[in-house]
Design a protein around this ligand. Structure first.
Ligand SMILES: Cc1cc2nc3c(=O)[nH]c(=O)nc-3n(C[C@H](O)[C@H](O)[C@H](O)COP(=O)(O)OP(=O)(O)OC[C@H]3O[C@@H](n4cnc5c(N)ncnc54)[C@H](O)[C@@H]3O)c2cc1C
Length: 337
């Protein structure tokens, strides 16, 4: 639809108010679309974007590996050129959202093992595969999807490993073309993650909003000591803290999105929004669960699911610790300028 990021963040908030699994499917697909729009060649955009826009094909993006997530520069999955028009990819990826049902995986691999600094030796390939199939047809030989990873929550979207074992990828599938894209993958992925962090922040806002709504409703219904629990000051304080943090998280998320829409770098603001909104999501869900008392622990109440879904936001697209590192580094850079 060509919408701006601010509008998109509002849509993600609303989806996440319903179920963050849905926003996970969409966000991951969105990051692939963003990579193509920003860095793809005309030919790559024409080949994939129309079908991605209608939902005919789904995208995934893949940086993490079994031995690393935060330290992206330590990736081991590699690609080497086997003839003029083909690369061979070998290695294992981990935690790929949309890993099974995607047709395209934007995968970051090592193409120059001797590069210093390491990030100058990485390339993003657009790896095609058969959706929903663990071992695809001959054209996708060597691209295998092991069984889904069993998880605490976030169960409406699959997370999988990906195993590349001699997978042949055409050189024309280097994101941005071989000339412009070879060994540029790290920067491309980091740019996309900035947008991804606004998305995760919006998810935090959505889940916090839902947790607050459930808490408000339950607090009016449940009675203790002769009155609704909403009339106890301790409960009102919880609701007040939830609503205040939620409002701040929403404003931070929209500000980061607006900056990105205005073409400004928003690494600092996106990092702050992601950190604050994901922690707010987690905080509000836990407070809502406490307000629900024993029923919060029962599968009959929605807040039980929120409690299992919310922690993902503290981890995906950079943990809270990594956000603090990004924020600290950016603050110092701006201060020294
Ligand atoms: C459900 C789910 C879906 C995911 N989807 C995707 C996906 O689609 N694509 C993808 O590529 N990845 C995906 N991920 C992976 C996710 O991005 C990583 O899990 C995350 O980046 C953390 O990496 P890790 O799990 O390897 O933890 P580690 O990097 O091993 O970190 C372990 C702990 O150490 C802390 N830590 C690490 N380094 C430092 C440091 N320098 N200073 C202080 N503390 C530090 C971390 O904050 C964390 O608390 C997904 C993960 C989950 C759970």
């Amino acid at each position: 639809m060509g919408l701006d990021l601010t509008t998109y963040a509002m849509i993600v908030e609303e989806l996440s108010r319903g179920w963050i699994s849905i926003s996970g499917i969409v966000n991951t697909h969105f990051i692939g679309s963003y990579l193509l729009m920003k860095f793809g060649t005309d030919e790559q955009r024409q080949r994939y974007l129309p079908r991605m826009a209608t939902g005919e094909i789904r995208a995934a993006f893949s940086l993490s590996e079994p031995e690393l997530g935060s330290d992206v520069q330590a990736i081991k999955t590699s690609a080497r050129k086997v003839d003029d028009a083909t690369y061979e990819i070998n290695g294992q990826k981990m935690w790929v959202t949309n890993g099974l049902l995607s047709s395209l995986v934007f995968v970051l691999v090592k193409t120059d093992p001797d590069a210093e600094p390491r990030h100058r030796g990485m390339t993003c390939f657009i790896a095609e595969k058969e959706p929903g199939v663990a071992q695809g047809a001959a054209a996708y030989a060597g691209f295998n999807v092991p069984p889904k990873i069993r998880k605490l929550g976030y169960k409406g979207v699959e997370s999988t490993e990906l195993v590349f074992d001699g997978y042949r990828c055409p050189a024309e599938n280097v994101l941005g073309g071989e000339e412009a894209g070879l060994n540029r993958g790290f920067g491309q992925m980091m740019d996309a993650l900035e947008v991804g962090r606004v998305n995760v922040a919006a998810r935090g806002v959505g889940i916090a909003q839902r947790a607050l709504e459930l808490a408000l409703r339950y607090a009016e219904e449940r009675r203790t000591f002769g009155k609704p629990i909403s009339e106890h000051q301790a409960i009102q304080f919880k609701l007040a803290d939830m609503a205040t943090q939620l409002e701040a998280a929403r404003l931070m998320t929209l500000r980061a999105a607006r900056m990105k829409d205005a073409g400004e770098r928003a690494e600092l603001e996106a990092g702050m929004a992601k950190l604050f909104a994901s922690e707010t999501g987690h905080f509000c869900v836990e407070e809502s669960l406490r307000i629900h008392g024993g029923y919060g622990y029962s599968k009959e109440y929605e807040v039980e699911r929120l409690y299992r879904d919310a922690p993902l936001l503290l981890i995906g697209e950079g943990t809270s610790e990594i956000q603090r590192m990004v924020i600290g580094r950016k603050l110092l850079q701006r201060h020294r300028r």
